[in-house]
Design a protein around this ligand. Structure first.
Ligand SMILES: *Cc1c(COP(=O)(O)O)cnc(C)c1O
Length: 420
């Protein structure tokens, strides 16, 4: 076979083959280039199925399909989808690559942060023991099964941990925490965006005094970019991030980061191994590659530049509505989760006679459809966001270029129609 120089390959757009460590001479440059492009015109299945997409002025909410993937992530997925690989080789190689880039001992691509919670807990409970892997969650005899958690950190993802047969032991104060450890304690769980009396540092310190691993759920907590290593470096033994939220990878991916022996144990509880608690949490080659590409993309971003861009979008929308009677606007950044500028629009319902919920509904059924942040007119939809009957919350970070203008125009229209 003709040998191709490295330069020729790069010129021909085969960086992907190079980066993945494939033996170069096995894939002629021309073929790789052909693989990168599809010659088929894409069918618009949303249109075919009659499902109307919307402008995302909400944020990265799961039921709203969270985020969209940057072009380079989509391209990496399309290329990877065309060749079979050994799934375990890809899981191992992607894990090693991610661990290095994210400055932790080990990493695993999971089918989401919720799956990472299951697998991380399964790792702590089974420690990779084959019989225990088979036994959970129903046959817990002889297995440690108590997970300590702050009462205020009990949340909508409790079930992910409970899938492993554990039960929660709730604590509120540091003193209660110190006294909660027994010979059945298997893990200490922390909800990174949760509120509570016990700090992250104390949480880790006390758990480690008792030689118990601790898990931090930081699913929605990038940006800042550095959070991807802050919590493992703080000492948490396991940390998860959702792949489809701020990272903008495939929605059905997540990162499980942490100590090598626990990540190895998590892997054994995971697909593609059958008869495990994780077998239903399969990640495909496209998704694994997609998340790796998304991490590469995210690490190439800049926190200050992202924040500046989101502020500009929020400002442009604010300017279009701020002269309406009683309207007040404010840019708000939640402290931990979804830590990006959001626009808050509030008004006096005696002068603009419409509730936040009604505004949200009108935006949703208009053309084009627009989804406002689900905190609009109601209770906070995620940790740290405000809400209230006459507060409109615009999440600007998932808007595509130019969409802020469309949102601004429509929001003004809806509010103006209701103004006295
Ligand atoms: C979104 C979220 C999850 C679940 O993430 P997926 O990637 O959708 O599985 C878990 N925990 C918290 C705190 C979240 O915000």
């Amino acid at each position: 076979m003709r040998r191709v120089s490295r330069r020729t390959l790069l010129r021909n757009g085969a960086q992907a083959a190079l980066a993945s460590g494939v033996v170069l001479s096995q894939i002629p440059a021309l073929e790789t280039r052909a693989l990168a492009k599809s010659s088929f015109p894409a069918v618009d299945y949303y249109a075919k199925l009659g499902v109307t997409p919307f402008i995302n002025a909400a944020g990265t909410y799961t039921t709203l399909s969270a985020s969209t993937m940057p072009d380079e992530v989509q391209a990496a997925i399309a290329l990877a989808s065309r060749r079979p690989v050994h799934l375990n080789e890809l899981l191992d190689a992607s894990g090693a690559y991610l661990a290095k880039r994210l400055r932790c001992e080990a990493a695993l691509v999971t089918s989401g942060a919720a799956a990472a919670l299951v697998l991380g807990t399964a790792a702590c409970v089974t420690l990779g023991n084959e019989q225990s892997i088979l036994a959970i969650p129903t046959d817990m005899a002889g297995l440690k099964n108590e997970v300590i958690v702050q009462k205020s950190h009990r949340y909508d993802y409790d079930h992910a941990l409970r899938n492993c047969g554990i039960r929660f032991v709730d604590v509120e104060t540091l003193e209660e925490y110190e006294q909660a450890f027994t010979d059945r304690t298997v893990m200490a769980h922390f909800f990174n965006a949760g509120e509570g009396k016990i700090s992250r540092e104390d949480w880790v310190r006390v758990a480690h005094q008792h030689k118990v691993p601790c898990f931090n759920d930081a699913a929605a907590d990038v940006p800042p970019i550095s959070n991807l290593w802050n919590y493992t470096q703080m000492g948490f033994d396991l940390v998860t991030f959702s792949g489809g939220k701020g990272l903008r990878g495939p929605q059905c991916t997540g990162l499980l980061l942490g100590r090598k022996e626990l990540i190895e144990a998590a892997k054994k509880n995971n697909s593609p191994n059958s008869n495990t608690v994780g077998r239903g949490m399969k990640v495909a080659k496209e998704e694994i590659v997609g998340l790796v590409a998304a991490v590469d993309w995210f690490l190439s971003q800049d926190d200050a530049a992202m924040e500046a861009e989101y502020r500009q979008r929020a400002d442009r929308i604010a300017k279009r509505v701020s002269d309406l009677p009683t309207v007040q606007t404010q840019i708000f950044i939640p402290e931990v989760a979804n830590h990006v500028p959001h626009l808050l629009v509030s008004y006096d319902q005696n002068r603009i006679k419409i509730t936040g919920r009604e505004v949200m509904h009108k935006m949703r059924v208009g053309t084009p459809r627009i989804e406002l942040n689900p905190s609009t007119g109601g209770a906070p939809a995620s940790a740290g966001l405000p809400g209230g009957p006459s507060t409109i919350v615009v999440g600007v970070w998932m808007l595509q270029p130019g969409e802020d203008t469309i949102v601004a125009k429509r929001l003004r229209e809806v509010l103006q129609e209701a103004a006295e």
